[in-house]
Design a protein around this ligand. Structure first.
Ligand SMILES: Cc1cc2nc3c(=O)[nH]c(=O)nc-3n(C[C@H](O)[C@H](O)[C@H](O)COP(=O)(O)OP(=O)(O)OC[C@H]3O[C@@H](n4cnc5c(N)ncnc54)[C@H](O)[C@@H]3O)c2cc1C
Length: 391
Protein backbone atom coordinates (compact mmCIF):
# COMPACT_ATOMS: atom_id res chain seq x y z
CA UNK A 1 0.00 0.00 0.00
CA UNK A 2 1.33 3.49 -0.84
CA UNK A 3 1.50 5.96 2.05
CA UNK A 4 -1.46 8.37 1.65
CA UNK A 5 -0.74 12.02 1.12
CA UNK A 6 -1.88 13.89 4.16
CA UNK A 7 -1.62 17.50 5.12
CA UNK A 8 -2.31 18.63 8.65
CA UNK A 9 -2.77 22.10 7.12
CA UNK A 10 -6.22 21.22 5.78
CA UNK A 11 -8.19 23.53 8.06
CA UNK A 12 -11.55 22.78 6.46
CA UNK A 13 -11.28 19.16 7.65
CA UNK A 14 -9.55 20.13 10.90
CA UNK A 15 -12.24 22.48 12.18
CA UNK A 16 -15.33 20.86 10.65
CA UNK A 17 -16.76 20.32 14.12
CA UNK A 18 -16.61 24.03 15.09
CA UNK A 19 -19.39 26.49 14.29
CA UNK A 20 -18.33 30.00 13.23
CA UNK A 21 -18.95 31.22 16.78
CA UNK A 22 -16.90 28.38 18.32
CA UNK A 23 -14.11 28.93 15.84
CA UNK A 24 -13.86 32.63 16.73
CA UNK A 25 -14.02 31.84 20.43
CA UNK A 26 -11.19 29.29 20.10
CA UNK A 27 -9.14 31.86 18.17
CA UNK A 28 -9.70 34.44 20.90
CA UNK A 29 -8.70 31.99 23.66
CA UNK A 30 -5.52 30.90 21.89
CA UNK A 31 -4.64 34.56 21.30
CA UNK A 32 -4.94 35.16 25.04
CA UNK A 33 -2.72 32.12 25.75
CA UNK A 34 -0.01 33.65 23.59
CA UNK A 35 0.19 36.58 25.98
CA UNK A 36 2.43 35.22 28.72
CA UNK A 37 1.71 38.19 30.98
CA UNK A 38 -2.06 37.63 30.80
CA UNK A 39 -1.63 33.89 31.39
CA UNK A 40 0.53 34.55 34.44
CA UNK A 41 -1.85 37.11 35.92
CA UNK A 42 -4.90 35.01 35.02
CA UNK A 43 -3.40 31.86 36.59
CA UNK A 44 -2.53 33.51 39.89
CA UNK A 45 -5.86 35.37 39.98
CA UNK A 46 -7.71 32.06 39.48
CA UNK A 47 -5.63 30.28 42.13
CA UNK A 48 -6.23 33.10 44.65
CA UNK A 49 -9.94 33.25 43.82
CA UNK A 50 -10.17 29.50 44.43
CA UNK A 51 -8.27 29.85 47.69
CA UNK A 52 -10.64 32.58 48.92
CA UNK A 53 -13.71 30.72 47.72
CA UNK A 54 -14.67 33.44 45.21
CA UNK A 55 -17.13 32.43 42.49
CA UNK A 56 -14.99 31.93 39.36
CA UNK A 57 -17.47 29.61 37.63
CA UNK A 58 -19.32 32.28 35.60
CA UNK A 59 -16.01 33.48 34.12
CA UNK A 60 -14.27 30.14 33.62
CA UNK A 61 -17.11 27.84 32.59
CA UNK A 62 -18.19 29.39 29.28
CA UNK A 63 -14.61 30.08 28.21
CA UNK A 64 -11.54 27.96 28.96
CA UNK A 65 -13.50 25.21 30.78
CA UNK A 66 -15.88 24.70 27.88
CA UNK A 67 -12.99 24.62 25.43
CA UNK A 68 -10.99 21.91 27.22
CA UNK A 69 -13.53 19.93 29.30
CA UNK A 70 -16.74 18.10 28.51
CA UNK A 71 -18.70 19.17 31.61
CA UNK A 72 -18.79 19.27 35.39
CA UNK A 73 -20.18 15.73 35.55
CA UNK A 74 -20.98 12.81 33.27
CA UNK A 75 -24.58 13.90 32.71
CA UNK A 76 -23.35 17.24 31.37
CA UNK A 77 -20.69 15.49 29.27
CA UNK A 78 -23.06 13.13 27.47
CA UNK A 79 -24.20 15.68 24.88
CA UNK A 80 -20.63 16.24 23.73
CA UNK A 81 -19.78 12.53 23.82
CA UNK A 82 -22.75 11.86 21.53
CA UNK A 83 -21.86 14.73 19.22
CA UNK A 84 -18.39 13.20 18.80
CA UNK A 85 -19.93 9.77 18.21
CA UNK A 86 -21.85 11.27 15.28
CA UNK A 87 -18.51 12.24 13.78
CA UNK A 88 -17.00 8.84 14.51
CA UNK A 89 -14.59 10.25 17.08
CA UNK A 90 -13.84 8.18 20.17
CA UNK A 91 -13.47 9.50 23.70
CA UNK A 92 -10.94 8.78 26.46
CA UNK A 93 -12.79 9.95 29.56
CA UNK A 94 -10.89 11.34 32.50
CA UNK A 95 -12.29 12.50 35.82
CA UNK A 96 -9.94 15.46 36.01
CA UNK A 97 -9.49 15.58 39.75
CA UNK A 98 -5.89 15.50 40.95
CA UNK A 99 -3.89 14.13 43.94
CA UNK A 100 -6.05 13.50 47.00
CA UNK A 101 -5.19 12.36 50.51
CA UNK A 102 -8.16 10.78 52.28
CA UNK A 103 -10.04 7.49 52.03
CA UNK A 104 -13.26 9.41 51.49
CA UNK A 105 -11.78 11.18 48.46
CA UNK A 106 -10.35 7.95 47.06
CA UNK A 107 -13.77 6.32 47.33
CA UNK A 108 -15.28 9.29 45.51
CA UNK A 109 -12.73 8.87 42.70
CA UNK A 110 -13.54 5.16 42.46
CA UNK A 111 -17.26 5.85 42.29
CA UNK A 112 -16.70 8.43 39.56
CA UNK A 113 -14.55 6.04 37.51
CA UNK A 114 -17.11 3.26 37.95
CA UNK A 115 -19.85 5.57 36.75
CA UNK A 116 -17.72 6.45 33.70
CA UNK A 117 -17.06 2.76 32.97
CA UNK A 118 -20.79 2.00 33.13
CA UNK A 119 -21.54 4.92 30.82
CA UNK A 120 -18.98 3.50 28.39
CA UNK A 121 -21.00 0.30 28.40
CA UNK A 122 -23.80 2.19 26.63
CA UNK A 123 -22.00 5.05 24.83
CA UNK A 124 -19.83 2.92 22.59
CA UNK A 125 -17.52 5.71 21.38
CA UNK A 126 -16.07 5.95 24.91
CA UNK A 127 -13.02 3.82 24.17
CA UNK A 128 -11.38 4.08 27.57
CA UNK A 129 -11.59 5.54 31.03
CA UNK A 130 -8.28 7.10 32.06
CA UNK A 131 -7.16 6.96 35.66
CA UNK A 132 -4.20 7.94 37.79
CA UNK A 133 -3.41 5.31 40.42
CA UNK A 134 -2.41 8.15 42.76
CA UNK A 135 -6.11 9.01 42.69
CA UNK A 136 -6.64 5.89 44.83
CA UNK A 137 -3.80 6.11 47.35
CA UNK A 138 -1.23 8.41 48.94
CA UNK A 139 1.69 9.59 46.80
CA UNK A 140 4.05 9.14 49.77
CA UNK A 141 3.06 5.49 49.88
CA UNK A 142 3.86 5.01 46.19
CA UNK A 143 7.25 6.60 46.90
CA UNK A 144 7.85 4.16 49.71
CA UNK A 145 6.86 1.24 47.50
CA UNK A 146 9.27 2.42 44.84
CA UNK A 147 12.09 2.57 47.38
CA UNK A 148 11.17 -0.96 48.50
CA UNK A 149 11.14 0.37 52.07
CA UNK A 150 9.51 -1.87 54.66
CA UNK A 151 5.90 -0.95 55.37
CA UNK A 152 4.08 -0.69 58.67
CA UNK A 153 0.94 -2.80 59.14
CA UNK A 154 -1.30 0.18 58.47
CA UNK A 155 0.65 1.09 55.34
CA UNK A 156 0.28 -2.48 54.08
CA UNK A 157 -3.48 -2.12 54.64
CA UNK A 158 -3.39 1.04 52.53
CA UNK A 159 -1.58 -0.81 49.73
CA UNK A 160 -4.15 -3.61 49.92
CA UNK A 161 -6.88 -1.00 49.57
CA UNK A 162 -5.26 0.50 46.45
CA UNK A 163 -5.05 -2.97 44.91
CA UNK A 164 -8.65 -3.73 45.84
CA UNK A 165 -9.83 -0.43 44.32
CA UNK A 166 -7.87 -1.13 41.14
CA UNK A 167 -9.39 -4.64 40.90
CA UNK A 168 -12.93 -3.29 41.26
CA UNK A 169 -12.32 -1.03 38.27
CA UNK A 170 -10.73 -3.83 36.21
CA UNK A 171 -13.71 -6.14 36.78
CA UNK A 172 -16.14 -3.36 35.84
CA UNK A 173 -14.11 -2.56 32.71
CA UNK A 174 -14.12 -6.21 31.65
CA UNK A 175 -17.86 -6.59 32.09
CA UNK A 176 -18.61 -3.30 30.26
CA UNK A 177 -16.07 -4.09 27.52
CA UNK A 178 -14.20 -0.82 27.91
CA UNK A 179 -10.47 -0.22 28.38
CA UNK A 180 -8.81 1.43 31.36
CA UNK A 181 -5.78 3.58 30.57
CA UNK A 182 -3.41 4.11 33.48
CA UNK A 183 -1.74 7.52 33.22
CA UNK A 184 2.04 7.66 33.70
CA UNK A 185 3.24 9.89 36.52
CA UNK A 186 6.58 11.06 37.99
CA UNK A 187 9.57 8.67 37.76
CA UNK A 188 9.97 8.40 41.55
CA UNK A 189 6.54 6.77 41.91
CA UNK A 190 6.19 5.08 38.52
CA UNK A 191 7.66 1.61 39.33
CA UNK A 192 4.82 0.46 41.61
CA UNK A 193 2.30 1.85 39.09
CA UNK A 194 3.97 -0.22 36.34
CA UNK A 195 4.10 -3.33 38.52
CA UNK A 196 0.45 -3.12 39.60
CA UNK A 197 -0.62 -2.53 36.01
CA UNK A 198 1.39 -5.36 34.46
CA UNK A 199 -0.15 -7.85 36.91
CA UNK A 200 -3.62 -6.78 35.71
CA UNK A 201 -2.66 -6.85 32.02
CA UNK A 202 -1.68 -10.50 32.37
CA UNK A 203 -4.98 -11.26 34.06
CA UNK A 204 -7.46 -9.19 32.03
CA UNK A 205 -5.91 -8.84 28.56
CA UNK A 206 -6.43 -12.41 27.38
CA UNK A 207 -8.64 -11.53 24.39
CA UNK A 208 -8.19 -7.76 24.08
CA UNK A 209 -6.46 -4.90 25.84
CA UNK A 210 -8.74 -4.04 28.76
CA UNK A 211 -5.86 -2.64 30.82
CA UNK A 212 -3.31 -0.33 29.18
CA UNK A 213 -0.23 1.23 30.69
CA UNK A 214 1.39 4.50 29.61
CA UNK A 215 5.02 4.51 28.44
CA UNK A 216 6.79 7.87 28.67
CA UNK A 217 9.39 7.86 25.94
CA UNK A 218 11.15 10.96 27.28
CA UNK A 219 12.57 8.52 29.80
CA UNK A 220 15.71 6.90 28.50
CA UNK A 221 14.81 3.51 30.03
CA UNK A 222 11.27 3.12 28.71
CA UNK A 223 11.99 1.84 25.19
CA UNK A 224 13.84 -1.12 26.72
CA UNK A 225 10.94 -1.73 29.14
CA UNK A 226 8.49 -1.69 26.26
CA UNK A 227 10.63 -4.12 24.28
CA UNK A 228 10.89 -6.61 27.14
CA UNK A 229 7.17 -6.35 27.99
CA UNK A 230 6.27 -7.09 24.36
CA UNK A 231 8.42 -10.23 24.63
CA UNK A 232 6.68 -11.12 27.88
CA UNK A 233 3.24 -10.65 26.31
CA UNK A 234 4.19 -12.99 23.46
CA UNK A 235 5.62 -15.58 25.83
CA UNK A 236 2.69 -15.47 28.26
CA UNK A 237 -0.01 -15.00 25.65
CA UNK A 238 -1.67 -11.75 26.58
CA UNK A 239 -2.20 -8.48 24.73
CA UNK A 240 0.07 -5.69 25.91
CA UNK A 241 -2.04 -2.52 26.27
CA UNK A 242 0.17 0.46 25.45
CA UNK A 243 -0.37 4.22 25.41
CA UNK A 244 2.78 5.94 24.15
CA UNK A 245 3.47 9.54 25.17
CA UNK A 246 6.58 11.65 25.31
CA UNK A 247 5.98 12.69 28.94
CA UNK A 248 4.55 15.65 30.80
CA UNK A 249 6.97 16.35 33.65
CA UNK A 250 10.21 17.57 32.04
CA UNK A 251 10.82 20.47 34.46
CA UNK A 252 9.63 18.62 37.55
CA UNK A 253 11.90 15.66 36.76
CA UNK A 254 14.91 17.95 36.25
CA UNK A 255 14.26 19.68 39.58
CA UNK A 256 13.87 16.36 41.39
CA UNK A 257 17.12 15.01 39.94
CA UNK A 258 19.00 18.16 40.98
CA UNK A 259 17.51 18.20 44.48
CA UNK A 260 18.28 14.50 45.03
CA UNK A 261 21.66 14.64 43.29
CA UNK A 262 20.75 11.82 40.92
CA UNK A 263 21.01 11.46 37.16
CA UNK A 264 17.76 12.51 35.51
CA UNK A 265 15.95 9.57 33.85
CA UNK A 266 14.81 11.98 31.10
CA UNK A 267 16.62 12.26 27.75
CA UNK A 268 18.94 15.26 27.75
CA UNK A 269 17.48 16.58 24.48
CA UNK A 270 14.08 16.72 22.83
CA UNK A 271 15.60 14.89 19.85
CA UNK A 272 16.33 11.96 22.19
CA UNK A 273 12.67 11.82 23.28
CA UNK A 274 11.50 12.10 19.66
CA UNK A 275 13.77 9.27 18.50
CA UNK A 276 12.59 6.91 21.26
CA UNK A 277 8.93 7.81 20.73
CA UNK A 278 9.19 7.02 17.03
CA UNK A 279 11.09 3.79 17.69
CA UNK A 280 8.48 2.74 20.24
CA UNK A 281 5.79 3.41 17.65
CA UNK A 282 7.64 1.25 15.13
CA UNK A 283 8.07 -1.51 17.71
CA UNK A 284 4.34 -1.55 18.49
CA UNK A 285 3.41 -1.69 14.81
CA UNK A 286 5.97 -4.47 14.21
CA UNK A 287 4.25 -6.54 16.91
CA UNK A 288 0.68 -5.39 16.35
CA UNK A 289 -0.77 -8.86 16.94
CA UNK A 290 0.45 -8.79 20.55
CA UNK A 291 0.21 -5.05 21.21
CA UNK A 292 -2.75 -2.68 21.31
CA UNK A 293 -1.38 0.85 20.98
CA UNK A 294 -2.76 4.32 21.54
CA UNK A 295 -0.53 6.96 19.95
CA UNK A 296 -1.13 9.91 22.29
CA UNK A 297 0.62 12.83 20.67
CA UNK A 298 0.27 16.23 19.06
CA UNK A 299 3.51 15.74 17.16
CA UNK A 300 2.75 15.86 13.44
CA UNK A 301 5.88 13.95 12.41
CA UNK A 302 5.09 11.03 14.71
CA UNK A 303 1.50 10.92 13.47
CA UNK A 304 2.71 10.96 9.86
CA UNK A 305 5.14 8.18 10.70
CA UNK A 306 2.21 6.11 11.98
CA UNK A 307 0.41 6.38 8.62
CA UNK A 308 3.63 5.51 6.78
CA UNK A 309 4.33 2.44 8.92
CA UNK A 310 0.77 1.17 8.45
CA UNK A 311 0.91 1.71 4.70
CA UNK A 312 4.34 0.03 4.43
CA UNK A 313 3.11 -3.04 6.28
CA UNK A 314 -0.28 -3.13 4.59
CA UNK A 315 -2.04 -2.84 7.95
CA UNK A 316 -5.58 -1.43 7.69
CA UNK A 317 -5.76 2.11 9.09
CA UNK A 318 -8.74 1.12 11.23
CA UNK A 319 -6.98 -1.90 12.76
CA UNK A 320 -8.66 -2.48 16.16
CA UNK A 321 -5.28 -2.50 17.92
CA UNK A 322 -4.42 1.05 16.83
CA UNK A 323 -5.81 4.41 17.87
CA UNK A 324 -4.56 7.96 18.12
CA UNK A 325 -5.48 10.55 20.70
CA UNK A 326 -5.21 14.29 21.19
CA UNK A 327 -6.41 16.42 24.08
CA UNK A 328 -9.96 17.73 23.68
CA UNK A 329 -9.70 21.38 22.62
CA UNK A 330 -6.32 20.91 20.94
CA UNK A 331 -4.84 19.15 17.92
CA UNK A 332 -8.06 19.02 15.87
CA UNK A 333 -5.97 19.41 12.71
CA UNK A 334 -4.36 16.06 13.56
CA UNK A 335 -7.47 14.28 14.84
CA UNK A 336 -9.77 15.14 11.96
CA UNK A 337 -7.21 14.78 9.18
CA UNK A 338 -6.25 11.30 10.46
CA UNK A 339 -9.94 10.48 10.86
CA UNK A 340 -10.45 11.32 7.18
CA UNK A 341 -7.93 8.57 6.37
CA UNK A 342 -9.93 6.06 8.39
CA UNK A 343 -7.86 5.87 11.59
CA UNK A 344 -9.48 5.26 14.97
CA UNK A 345 -9.26 8.76 16.43
CA UNK A 346 -10.04 9.77 19.98
CA UNK A 347 -10.08 12.84 22.18
CA UNK A 348 -8.75 12.79 25.76
CA UNK A 349 -11.60 14.46 27.58
CA UNK A 350 -11.46 15.59 31.20
CA UNK A 351 -14.58 16.37 33.19
CA UNK A 352 -15.22 17.34 36.79
CA UNK A 353 -16.24 20.22 39.07
CA UNK A 354 -14.70 23.49 37.87
CA UNK A 355 -12.61 24.10 40.97
CA UNK A 356 -11.15 20.59 40.72
CA UNK A 357 -10.08 20.83 37.08
CA UNK A 358 -8.51 24.28 37.45
CA UNK A 359 -4.95 22.87 37.77
CA UNK A 360 -5.48 21.00 34.47
CA UNK A 361 -6.79 24.17 32.81
CA UNK A 362 -3.93 26.30 34.09
CA UNK A 363 -1.45 23.76 32.70
CA UNK A 364 -3.17 23.91 29.31
CA UNK A 365 -2.95 27.72 29.32
CA UNK A 366 0.67 27.79 30.47
CA UNK A 367 2.20 25.07 28.30
CA UNK A 368 3.36 25.97 24.84
CA UNK A 369 2.56 29.62 25.45
CA UNK A 370 5.45 30.62 23.23
CA UNK A 371 4.85 31.47 19.59
CA UNK A 372 6.88 28.42 18.55
CA UNK A 373 4.89 25.99 20.67
CA UNK A 374 1.78 23.95 19.96
CA UNK A 375 -0.53 26.89 20.68
CA UNK A 376 1.26 29.02 18.08
CA UNK A 377 0.58 26.35 15.50
CA UNK A 378 -3.07 26.05 16.61
CA UNK A 379 -3.51 29.82 16.44
CA UNK A 380 -2.17 30.01 12.89
CA UNK A 381 -4.49 27.24 11.72
CA UNK A 382 -7.53 28.82 13.39
CA UNK A 383 -6.72 32.10 11.70
CA UNK A 384 -6.42 30.38 8.32
CA UNK A 385 -9.84 28.76 8.77
CA UNK A 386 -11.44 32.07 9.79
CA UNK A 387 -10.05 33.60 6.61
CA UNK A 388 -11.17 30.63 4.52
CA UNK A 389 -14.73 30.93 5.86
CA UNK A 390 -14.58 34.72 5.44
CA UNK A 391 -16.12 35.29 8.87
C1 LIG B 1 -4.10 11.74 24.93
C2 LIG B 1 -2.91 12.12 25.75
C3 LIG B 1 -2.63 11.43 26.93
C4 LIG B 1 -1.51 11.77 27.70
N1 LIG B 1 -1.23 11.06 28.85
C5 LIG B 1 -0.09 11.33 29.52
C6 LIG B 1 0.30 10.55 30.65
O1 LIG B 1 -0.39 9.62 31.07
N2 LIG B 1 1.47 10.86 31.29
C7 LIG B 1 2.30 11.87 30.85
O2 LIG B 1 3.36 12.08 31.43
N3 LIG B 1 1.93 12.63 29.79
C8 LIG B 1 0.79 12.39 29.12
N4 LIG B 1 0.45 13.16 28.03
C9 LIG B 1 1.27 14.36 27.70
C10 LIG B 1 2.43 13.99 26.81
O3 LIG B 1 3.36 13.24 27.59
C11 LIG B 1 3.19 15.21 26.24
O4 LIG B 1 3.56 16.06 27.28
C12 LIG B 1 2.43 16.01 25.24
O5 LIG B 1 1.58 15.23 24.48
C13 LIG B 1 3.40 16.74 24.30
O6 LIG B 1 4.14 15.81 23.54
P1 LIG B 1 3.81 15.46 22.01
O7 LIG B 1 4.09 14.03 21.73
O8 LIG B 1 2.44 15.91 21.75
O9 LIG B 1 4.85 16.23 21.09
P2 LIG B 1 5.80 17.46 21.13
O10 LIG B 1 5.00 18.68 21.40
O11 LIG B 1 6.58 17.36 19.88
O12 LIG B 1 6.80 17.18 22.32
C14 LIG B 1 6.82 17.85 23.52
C15 LIG B 1 7.39 16.86 24.51
O13 LIG B 1 8.76 16.56 24.20
C16 LIG B 1 9.47 16.28 25.39
N5 LIG B 1 10.55 17.27 25.53
C17 LIG B 1 10.46 18.62 25.38
N6 LIG B 1 11.63 19.22 25.64
C18 LIG B 1 12.50 18.22 25.98
C19 LIG B 1 13.87 18.21 26.34
N7 LIG B 1 14.59 19.33 26.41
N8 LIG B 1 14.44 17.02 26.65
C20 LIG B 1 13.74 15.87 26.56
N9 LIG B 1 12.43 15.82 26.20
C21 LIG B 1 11.81 16.98 25.91
C22 LIG B 1 8.47 16.41 26.52
O14 LIG B 1 7.95 15.14 26.80
C23 LIG B 1 7.43 17.34 25.96
O15 LIG B 1 6.16 17.19 26.58
C24 LIG B 1 -0.65 12.82 27.26
C25 LIG B 1 -0.93 13.48 26.06
C26 LIG B 1 -2.03 13.15 25.29
C27 LIG B 1 -2.26 13.88 24.01
Amino acid sequence: MNAPTISFDNTQIAFQSLSNFELKKAHFLFQVFQNQFLVKVGSSFTESALHWGLPIGPLVKPTIFKHFCSGENLEESTTLIRALAQKNVGVLLNYGVEAKETDEEYEKSIQQSLKAIRLAGTEKNIKAVCIKLTGFGRIALFEKLQQKASLSASEQTEVDKINARFDILCEAALSNDVAIYIDAEESWIQNPIDEMTLIRMKKYNQKKAIICNTYQLYRSDKLADLRSEIELAKKENFILGVKIVRGAYVEKEAEYATDHKIKSPIHSTKAGSDADFNEALQLCIDHIDSVSVCVASHNEESCLLLTKLLADKNIPFNHPHICVSQLYGMGDHITYNLLSLGLNCTKYMPYGPIKEVIPYLIRRAQENGSVNGQMGRELKLLKTEIQRRRI
